[in-house]
Design a protein around this ligand. Structure first.
Ligand SMILES: [Fe+2]
Length: 408
Protein backbone atom coordinates (compact mmCIF):
# COMPACT_ATOMS: atom_id res chain seq x y z
CA UNK A 1 0.00 0.00 0.00
CA UNK A 2 2.76 2.44 0.99
CA UNK A 3 4.88 1.55 -2.05
CA UNK A 4 1.86 2.06 -4.30
CA UNK A 5 1.18 5.46 -2.84
CA UNK A 6 4.81 6.49 -3.27
CA UNK A 7 4.81 5.34 -6.90
CA UNK A 8 1.53 7.10 -7.49
CA UNK A 9 2.91 10.26 -5.90
CA UNK A 10 6.02 10.25 -8.07
CA UNK A 11 4.07 9.51 -11.24
CA UNK A 12 1.56 12.34 -10.74
CA UNK A 13 4.13 14.91 -9.64
CA UNK A 14 6.38 14.01 -12.57
CA UNK A 15 3.48 14.32 -15.01
CA UNK A 16 3.08 18.01 -14.09
CA UNK A 17 6.74 18.61 -14.93
CA UNK A 18 6.33 16.74 -18.23
CA UNK A 19 3.32 18.88 -19.16
CA UNK A 20 5.28 22.08 -18.53
CA UNK A 21 8.33 20.85 -20.50
CA UNK A 22 7.28 22.32 -23.89
CA UNK A 23 6.89 25.79 -22.34
CA UNK A 24 9.44 28.57 -21.97
CA UNK A 25 9.85 30.48 -18.70
CA UNK A 26 7.93 33.36 -20.28
CA UNK A 27 5.10 31.01 -21.36
CA UNK A 28 4.81 29.81 -17.77
CA UNK A 29 4.19 33.32 -16.43
CA UNK A 30 1.34 34.33 -18.73
CA UNK A 31 -2.29 34.67 -17.58
CA UNK A 32 -4.68 35.40 -20.44
CA UNK A 33 -7.87 35.93 -18.41
CA UNK A 34 -9.11 35.87 -14.82
CA UNK A 35 -10.41 32.29 -15.11
CA UNK A 36 -7.01 30.95 -16.21
CA UNK A 37 -3.81 30.78 -14.19
CA UNK A 38 -0.14 30.83 -15.22
CA UNK A 39 1.62 27.46 -15.42
CA UNK A 40 4.10 28.62 -12.77
CA UNK A 41 1.21 29.25 -10.40
CA UNK A 42 -0.26 25.76 -11.03
CA UNK A 43 3.14 24.20 -10.35
CA UNK A 44 3.54 26.14 -7.11
CA UNK A 45 -0.06 25.92 -5.88
CA UNK A 46 -0.19 22.12 -6.15
CA UNK A 47 2.96 21.96 -4.03
CA UNK A 48 1.53 24.47 -1.56
CA UNK A 49 -1.46 22.12 -1.18
CA UNK A 50 0.75 19.22 -0.02
CA UNK A 51 2.76 21.53 2.21
CA UNK A 52 -0.27 23.13 3.82
CA UNK A 53 -2.69 20.27 4.37
CA UNK A 54 -0.14 17.52 5.04
CA UNK A 55 3.44 18.53 5.84
CA UNK A 56 2.65 21.41 8.20
CA UNK A 57 0.28 19.22 10.20
CA UNK A 58 1.72 15.74 9.95
CA UNK A 59 5.51 15.94 9.61
CA UNK A 60 7.24 16.60 12.92
CA UNK A 61 9.39 19.71 13.03
CA UNK A 62 8.53 20.68 9.45
CA UNK A 63 9.63 24.20 8.53
CA UNK A 64 7.70 25.93 5.69
CA UNK A 65 9.83 26.70 2.65
CA UNK A 66 8.85 30.38 2.44
CA UNK A 67 6.38 32.28 4.61
CA UNK A 68 5.14 34.33 1.60
CA UNK A 69 3.95 31.25 -0.26
CA UNK A 70 0.88 30.79 1.91
CA UNK A 71 -0.48 34.07 0.54
CA UNK A 72 0.84 33.75 -3.02
CA UNK A 73 -0.26 30.17 -3.68
CA UNK A 74 -3.42 29.72 -1.62
CA UNK A 75 -6.24 29.54 -4.18
CA UNK A 76 -9.50 29.97 -2.27
CA UNK A 77 -9.16 28.49 1.24
CA UNK A 78 -10.42 31.25 3.52
CA UNK A 79 -9.98 29.01 6.55
CA UNK A 80 -6.25 28.90 5.80
CA UNK A 81 -5.69 32.57 5.12
CA UNK A 82 -5.89 35.48 2.69
CA UNK A 83 -5.06 35.00 -0.96
CA UNK A 84 -3.23 36.98 -3.60
CA UNK A 85 -5.92 38.15 -6.08
CA UNK A 86 -6.67 35.46 -8.62
CA UNK A 87 -7.01 37.82 -11.58
CA UNK A 88 -3.53 39.22 -10.92
CA UNK A 89 -1.59 35.96 -10.84
CA UNK A 90 -0.12 36.78 -14.25
CA UNK A 91 1.50 39.97 -12.94
CA UNK A 92 4.10 37.99 -11.01
CA UNK A 93 7.44 36.69 -12.28
CA UNK A 94 8.96 36.04 -8.83
CA UNK A 95 9.52 33.60 -7.26
CA UNK A 96 11.21 32.55 -10.46
CA UNK A 97 10.47 29.32 -12.31
CA UNK A 98 13.74 27.95 -10.90
CA UNK A 99 12.65 28.79 -7.36
CA UNK A 100 9.27 27.16 -7.95
CA UNK A 101 10.93 24.03 -9.30
CA UNK A 102 13.15 23.98 -6.19
CA UNK A 103 10.03 24.39 -4.07
CA UNK A 104 8.50 21.36 -5.77
CA UNK A 105 11.65 19.32 -5.14
CA UNK A 106 11.69 20.23 -1.44
CA UNK A 107 8.03 19.32 -1.04
CA UNK A 108 8.64 16.02 -2.84
CA UNK A 109 11.59 15.17 -0.57
CA UNK A 110 9.54 15.91 2.52
CA UNK A 111 6.45 14.06 1.27
CA UNK A 112 8.52 10.99 0.37
CA UNK A 113 10.13 11.12 3.82
CA UNK A 114 6.65 11.08 5.36
CA UNK A 115 5.32 8.33 3.09
CA UNK A 116 8.40 6.18 3.62
CA UNK A 117 7.55 5.61 7.28
CA UNK A 118 4.43 4.70 9.20
CA UNK A 119 1.62 7.14 8.49
CA UNK A 120 -2.00 7.51 9.48
CA UNK A 121 -5.13 6.86 7.43
CA UNK A 122 -5.64 10.59 7.36
CA UNK A 123 -2.23 11.15 5.73
CA UNK A 124 -3.10 8.42 3.24
CA UNK A 125 -6.40 10.12 2.39
CA UNK A 126 -4.94 13.63 2.20
CA UNK A 127 -2.10 12.43 -0.04
CA UNK A 128 -4.60 10.89 -2.42
CA UNK A 129 -6.62 14.10 -2.31
CA UNK A 130 -3.46 16.08 -3.09
CA UNK A 131 -2.72 13.83 -6.08
CA UNK A 132 -6.25 14.07 -7.49
CA UNK A 133 -6.08 17.81 -6.91
CA UNK A 134 -2.83 17.96 -8.88
CA UNK A 135 -4.44 15.98 -11.71
CA UNK A 136 -7.22 18.57 -11.90
CA UNK A 137 -4.57 21.25 -12.23
CA UNK A 138 -2.80 19.25 -14.95
CA UNK A 139 -5.92 19.60 -17.08
CA UNK A 140 -6.08 23.32 -16.25
CA UNK A 141 -2.43 23.74 -17.22
CA UNK A 142 -3.35 22.56 -20.73
CA UNK A 143 -6.58 24.50 -21.12
CA UNK A 144 -5.07 27.68 -19.66
CA UNK A 145 -2.02 27.69 -21.93
CA UNK A 146 -4.27 26.82 -24.88
CA UNK A 147 -6.32 29.94 -24.16
CA UNK A 148 -3.19 32.10 -23.84
CA UNK A 149 -1.73 30.77 -27.11
CA UNK A 150 -5.07 31.23 -28.90
CA UNK A 151 -4.76 34.99 -28.40
CA UNK A 152 -1.41 35.05 -30.18
CA UNK A 153 -1.91 35.78 -33.92
CA UNK A 154 0.98 33.43 -34.76
CA UNK A 155 -1.01 30.55 -33.20
CA UNK A 156 1.84 28.80 -31.38
CA UNK A 157 1.86 25.04 -31.02
CA UNK A 158 2.03 23.62 -27.52
CA UNK A 159 3.32 20.55 -29.26
CA UNK A 160 3.79 19.64 -32.92
CA UNK A 161 1.00 18.00 -34.89
CA UNK A 162 0.97 14.26 -35.08
CA UNK A 163 -0.33 12.26 -38.00
CA UNK A 164 -4.03 11.64 -37.41
CA UNK A 165 -6.24 9.49 -39.53
CA UNK A 166 -9.62 11.11 -40.02
CA UNK A 167 -12.35 8.74 -39.02
CA UNK A 168 -15.96 9.11 -40.00
CA UNK A 169 -18.20 9.75 -37.03
CA UNK A 170 -20.30 6.73 -36.20
CA UNK A 171 -24.00 7.01 -36.97
CA UNK A 172 -25.74 8.66 -34.02
CA UNK A 173 -28.12 6.20 -32.37
CA UNK A 174 -30.31 6.49 -29.28
CA UNK A 175 -29.69 4.44 -26.15
CA UNK A 176 -32.72 3.66 -23.99
CA UNK A 177 -32.77 4.22 -20.26
CA UNK A 178 -35.65 2.45 -18.54
CA UNK A 179 -37.84 4.10 -15.94
CA UNK A 180 -36.65 2.94 -12.54
CA UNK A 181 -34.98 3.80 -9.25
CA UNK A 182 -31.19 3.78 -9.70
CA UNK A 183 -28.22 4.06 -7.41
CA UNK A 184 -26.29 7.25 -8.09
CA UNK A 185 -22.89 8.29 -6.77
CA UNK A 186 -19.54 6.73 -6.05
CA UNK A 187 -19.54 3.03 -5.32
CA UNK A 188 -16.75 1.09 -3.63
CA UNK A 189 -13.84 2.10 -1.45
CA UNK A 190 -11.55 3.82 -3.97
CA UNK A 191 -10.93 7.55 -3.80
CA UNK A 192 -13.64 10.01 -4.73
CA UNK A 193 -14.46 13.61 -3.92
CA UNK A 194 -17.01 14.46 -1.25
CA UNK A 195 -19.45 15.75 -3.89
CA UNK A 196 -19.84 12.21 -5.35
CA UNK A 197 -21.23 10.98 -2.02
CA UNK A 198 -23.30 9.60 -0.53
CA UNK A 199 -24.51 6.99 -2.96
CA UNK A 200 -28.28 7.39 -3.02
CA UNK A 201 -31.40 6.38 -4.89
CA UNK A 202 -32.75 8.52 -7.71
CA UNK A 203 -35.87 8.09 -9.80
CA UNK A 204 -35.25 8.34 -13.53
CA UNK A 205 -38.04 8.59 -16.10
CA UNK A 206 -37.71 6.75 -19.41
CA UNK A 207 -35.41 8.57 -21.80
CA UNK A 208 -32.99 8.12 -24.64
CA UNK A 209 -29.41 9.34 -24.75
CA UNK A 210 -27.27 9.87 -27.84
CA UNK A 211 -24.62 7.23 -28.48
CA UNK A 212 -21.96 9.86 -29.15
CA UNK A 213 -21.14 13.54 -28.89
CA UNK A 214 -22.23 16.19 -31.39
CA UNK A 215 -19.60 16.70 -34.08
CA UNK A 216 -18.16 19.88 -35.57
CA UNK A 217 -20.08 19.22 -38.77
CA UNK A 218 -23.37 18.92 -36.90
CA UNK A 219 -22.65 22.08 -34.94
CA UNK A 220 -21.75 23.89 -38.17
CA UNK A 221 -25.31 23.31 -39.35
CA UNK A 222 -26.52 25.19 -36.27
CA UNK A 223 -24.10 28.06 -36.95
CA UNK A 224 -25.07 28.26 -40.63
CA UNK A 225 -28.77 28.13 -39.71
CA UNK A 226 -28.29 31.42 -37.81
CA UNK A 227 -28.43 29.61 -34.49
CA UNK A 228 -26.49 32.41 -32.82
CA UNK A 229 -28.93 34.98 -34.21
CA UNK A 230 -32.23 33.31 -33.24
CA UNK A 231 -33.35 34.58 -29.83
CA UNK A 232 -36.03 31.92 -29.38
CA UNK A 233 -33.39 29.18 -29.18
CA UNK A 234 -31.65 30.70 -26.18
CA UNK A 235 -32.18 30.93 -22.46
CA UNK A 236 -32.57 34.56 -21.42
CA UNK A 237 -29.13 34.68 -19.79
CA UNK A 238 -27.73 32.82 -22.79
CA UNK A 239 -29.16 35.36 -25.22
CA UNK A 240 -27.64 38.19 -23.18
CA UNK A 241 -24.29 36.38 -23.41
CA UNK A 242 -24.77 35.75 -27.12
CA UNK A 243 -25.45 39.41 -27.89
CA UNK A 244 -22.26 40.43 -26.13
CA UNK A 245 -19.85 38.22 -28.06
CA UNK A 246 -18.36 39.36 -31.33
CA UNK A 247 -17.78 35.97 -32.97
CA UNK A 248 -20.77 33.69 -33.28
CA UNK A 249 -19.20 30.27 -33.25
CA UNK A 250 -17.29 28.04 -30.80
CA UNK A 251 -14.42 29.66 -28.92
CA UNK A 252 -11.52 28.42 -31.05
CA UNK A 253 -13.12 28.31 -34.49
CA UNK A 254 -11.76 30.70 -37.10
CA UNK A 255 -13.10 31.55 -40.56
CA UNK A 256 -10.32 32.23 -43.08
CA UNK A 257 -10.52 32.32 -46.89
CA UNK A 258 -14.00 30.82 -46.75
CA UNK A 259 -12.78 27.85 -44.77
CA UNK A 260 -13.20 26.90 -41.12
CA UNK A 261 -10.16 26.35 -38.94
CA UNK A 262 -9.81 25.52 -35.28
CA UNK A 263 -7.08 26.52 -32.86
CA UNK A 264 -5.77 23.44 -31.06
CA UNK A 265 -2.81 22.57 -28.85
CA UNK A 266 -1.18 21.62 -32.15
CA UNK A 267 -1.71 25.16 -33.48
CA UNK A 268 -4.26 26.26 -36.07
CA UNK A 269 -5.72 23.28 -37.93
CA UNK A 270 -8.46 22.81 -40.53
CA UNK A 271 -11.70 22.10 -38.67
CA UNK A 272 -12.21 18.35 -38.48
CA UNK A 273 -15.86 17.68 -39.34
CA UNK A 274 -16.16 14.34 -37.56
CA UNK A 275 -14.51 15.24 -34.28
CA UNK A 276 -16.65 16.30 -31.33
CA UNK A 277 -17.40 20.00 -31.16
CA UNK A 278 -15.63 21.36 -28.10
CA UNK A 279 -15.14 24.56 -26.07
CA UNK A 280 -18.91 24.99 -25.94
CA UNK A 281 -20.53 26.66 -22.94
CA UNK A 282 -23.78 25.69 -21.25
CA UNK A 283 -25.76 28.35 -23.10
CA UNK A 284 -24.51 27.13 -26.47
CA UNK A 285 -25.12 23.47 -25.59
CA UNK A 286 -28.65 24.29 -24.44
CA UNK A 287 -29.44 26.39 -27.55
CA UNK A 288 -28.06 23.71 -29.85
CA UNK A 289 -30.20 21.06 -28.14
CA UNK A 290 -33.33 23.20 -28.56
CA UNK A 291 -32.47 23.83 -32.23
CA UNK A 292 -32.08 20.06 -32.71
CA UNK A 293 -35.46 19.39 -31.06
CA UNK A 294 -33.76 17.57 -28.17
CA UNK A 295 -32.48 18.45 -24.70
CA UNK A 296 -29.44 17.93 -22.51
CA UNK A 297 -29.46 14.91 -20.16
CA UNK A 298 -29.74 15.32 -16.42
CA UNK A 299 -26.69 14.15 -14.53
CA UNK A 300 -28.68 11.19 -13.22
CA UNK A 301 -29.71 10.13 -16.74
CA UNK A 302 -26.11 10.53 -17.85
CA UNK A 303 -24.70 8.38 -15.04
CA UNK A 304 -27.25 5.61 -15.53
CA UNK A 305 -26.63 5.50 -19.29
CA UNK A 306 -22.85 5.67 -18.87
CA UNK A 307 -22.81 2.76 -16.41
CA UNK A 308 -25.06 0.76 -18.75
CA UNK A 309 -23.45 1.55 -22.09
CA UNK A 310 -20.15 3.33 -21.52
CA UNK A 311 -16.69 2.03 -22.14
CA UNK A 312 -13.58 3.69 -20.83
CA UNK A 313 -11.31 5.26 -23.40
CA UNK A 314 -7.63 5.98 -23.41
CA UNK A 315 -5.96 9.16 -22.38
CA UNK A 316 -5.06 11.17 -25.46
CA UNK A 317 -2.60 13.35 -23.61
CA UNK A 318 -0.25 10.47 -23.03
CA UNK A 319 -0.54 9.26 -26.60
CA UNK A 320 0.42 12.71 -27.83
CA UNK A 321 -2.95 13.49 -29.41
CA UNK A 322 -4.22 16.54 -27.68
CA UNK A 323 -7.40 16.98 -29.59
CA UNK A 324 -10.58 14.99 -29.03
CA UNK A 325 -11.11 12.19 -31.48
CA UNK A 326 -14.08 10.08 -32.33
CA UNK A 327 -13.78 6.46 -31.36
CA UNK A 328 -15.76 3.77 -33.05
CA UNK A 329 -16.91 2.62 -29.61
CA UNK A 330 -19.87 4.00 -27.79
CA UNK A 331 -18.16 6.19 -25.29
CA UNK A 332 -19.04 8.33 -22.36
CA UNK A 333 -15.60 9.01 -20.98
CA UNK A 334 -12.64 10.83 -22.36
CA UNK A 335 -13.36 13.17 -25.32
CA UNK A 336 -15.07 16.21 -23.82
CA UNK A 337 -16.71 17.06 -20.56
CA UNK A 338 -20.42 16.80 -21.28
CA UNK A 339 -22.84 19.45 -20.09
CA UNK A 340 -25.84 18.18 -18.17
CA UNK A 341 -28.98 20.15 -17.35
CA UNK A 342 -28.37 19.56 -13.62
CA UNK A 343 -27.45 22.41 -11.33
CA UNK A 344 -24.44 21.61 -9.22
CA UNK A 345 -25.81 20.91 -5.76
CA UNK A 346 -25.38 18.56 -2.81
CA UNK A 347 -26.52 14.95 -2.90
CA UNK A 348 -28.96 13.99 -0.10
CA UNK A 349 -26.91 13.60 3.08
CA UNK A 350 -23.83 15.32 1.62
CA UNK A 351 -21.03 16.04 4.07
CA UNK A 352 -18.02 18.15 3.05
CA UNK A 353 -14.53 16.78 3.74
CA UNK A 354 -13.46 17.46 7.33
CA UNK A 355 -11.09 20.32 8.16
CA UNK A 356 -9.61 22.96 5.86
CA UNK A 357 -10.28 20.87 2.73
CA UNK A 358 -14.02 21.16 3.46
CA UNK A 359 -13.81 24.23 1.19
CA UNK A 360 -12.70 22.05 -1.74
CA UNK A 361 -16.11 21.47 -3.38
CA UNK A 362 -19.15 22.32 -1.27
CA UNK A 363 -18.89 26.08 -1.28
CA UNK A 364 -19.15 26.16 -5.07
CA UNK A 365 -22.64 24.66 -5.12
CA UNK A 366 -24.31 27.79 -6.46
CA UNK A 367 -25.11 28.88 -10.03
CA UNK A 368 -22.99 26.24 -11.77
CA UNK A 369 -23.88 23.22 -13.91
CA UNK A 370 -22.59 19.68 -13.68
CA UNK A 371 -20.44 18.21 -16.45
CA UNK A 372 -19.74 14.51 -16.72
CA UNK A 373 -17.35 12.19 -18.48
CA UNK A 374 -13.86 13.68 -18.55
CA UNK A 375 -11.95 15.13 -21.49
CA UNK A 376 -8.96 14.37 -23.69
CA UNK A 377 -6.92 16.55 -21.29
CA UNK A 378 -8.04 14.69 -18.16
CA UNK A 379 -5.53 12.14 -16.82
CA UNK A 380 -7.00 8.72 -17.54
CA UNK A 381 -6.99 7.51 -13.93
CA UNK A 382 -8.78 10.68 -12.88
CA UNK A 383 -11.92 9.74 -14.85
CA UNK A 384 -14.87 7.82 -13.38
CA UNK A 385 -18.61 7.48 -13.88
CA UNK A 386 -19.52 9.27 -10.67
CA UNK A 387 -17.20 12.26 -11.24
CA UNK A 388 -18.97 15.61 -11.08
CA UNK A 389 -17.18 18.51 -12.72
CA UNK A 390 -18.80 21.94 -12.60
CA UNK A 391 -18.49 25.26 -14.37
CA UNK A 392 -20.46 28.48 -14.73
CA UNK A 393 -22.77 28.51 -17.75
CA UNK A 394 -20.78 31.14 -19.68
CA UNK A 395 -17.42 29.38 -19.36
CA UNK A 396 -16.07 27.54 -22.37
CA UNK A 397 -12.29 27.37 -22.20
CA UNK A 398 -12.38 23.74 -20.97
CA UNK A 399 -12.79 20.82 -23.39
CA UNK A 400 -16.59 20.83 -23.11
CA UNK A 401 -19.07 19.31 -25.57
CA UNK A 402 -22.64 18.20 -26.18
CA UNK A 403 -24.44 14.88 -25.78
CA UNK A 404 -28.16 15.09 -26.50
CA UNK A 405 -31.07 13.34 -24.79
CA UNK A 406 -34.79 13.08 -25.32
CA UNK A 407 -37.84 11.86 -23.45
CA UNK A 408 -38.95 8.37 -24.37
FE1 LIG B 1 -6.36 23.93 -6.55
Amino acid sequence: MQINLIEQYQQVRNQSIQLSAPLSSADMCIQSMADASPTRWHLAHTSWFFETVILKNHLTEYTPVNSDYNYLFNSYYNGIGNQFPRAQRGTQTRPSIEEIMDYRKTIDQQMLKLLDGEFSDQVNFLTQLGLHHEQQHQELMLTDIKHAFSLNPTYPQYQPSTEQTQQQAERLSWLSVDESVYQIGHMGSTFCYDNELPMHNAYVYPCKIASRLITNQEYQAFVHDKGYHTATLWLSDGWDWCRNISKHHPLYWLRKDDQWFEFTLNGLQPLQPHQPVTHINYYEAEAFARWAGKRLPTEYEWEVAARQYGAQTGNFVNSGKLHPQISADTQFLGDCWEWTSSSYSAYPGYKPFAGAVGEYNGKFMCNQYVLRGGSCATPEDHIRFSYRNFFYPHQRWQFTGIRLAEDD
